[in-house]
Design a protein around this ligand. Sequence first.
Ligand code: ADP
Ligand code: ADP
Length: 232
Amino acid sequence: MIKLIGIKKYFTTKQGTAHALKGIDLHVSKGEIFGIIGKSGAGKSTLLRTVNLLEKPTEGEVILDDVSLTSLKEVELRKQRRNIGMIFQHFNLLSSATAFKNIALPLELAGVDKKEIQERVLYLLEVTGLSDKGDHYPHQLSGGQKQRVAIARSLASNPKVLLCDEATSALDPETTKSILTLLKEINEKFGVTILLITHEMDVVKSICDRVAVIENGEIIESSSMVDLFSNP
Ligand code: ADP
Ligand code: ADP
């Protein structure tokens, strides 16, 4: 489903060159919930952002469903990106728009007709447990509700893959649990493959099928959750 092959990413700054990713190989299977865990600065965010090429790797190849994203022209890449949803630690909602409008926006930009948008958004509000929150603005919503809107928005274009960038790090433990439960439901209901990054072991423990540990731009361990915790 997702294949990262020999991904290297170097940032050149005034201070010199930062080797953020030093040759990452990763395969995520269809329908899997795959977690990448590591400390701050390990390269998690850079790695996640190379999957949809928000970050262009210095070297290496990104393949999604047999399509090599790294070899595509910008126009083609834009089309492929509709297969990849993303959610963030700080939700990244448009503060001047209602929950409904936030979810509708990507569909409007994609030129979907009004009636279809209406139906799709109402459905997504329902799926994410926000049926009575469509006309609320972000400042009228709790953190968990905001993340639900962001999840609904990320699903608007029916993506095959959902990238989660520290999606629960700004939430309290209770809310974290409910958001992880929602992600698991989405994974099961729609078959969406989930790739998440986190610095919290509890997150990977609760929903991931497999996990990779990243340190200093390298994957130092990768295994199924079962194997990870049956090791002495
Ligand atoms: P994490 O998400 O695990 O905290 P990051 O992927 O954000 O780690 O960062 C990995 C390394 O790459 C860090 O050393 C960071 O300083 C560096 N880095 C990330 N983005 C940039 C950038 N835009 N310019 C320069 N260095 C960067
Ligand atoms: P536009 O930006 O195209 O002028 P709106 O974003 O106000 O229009 O609304 C687009 C469509 O979505 C309209 O049919 C409107 O009735 C519907 N809509 C907007 N907000 C909500 C909501 N909270 N619940 C249900 N439908 C809504």
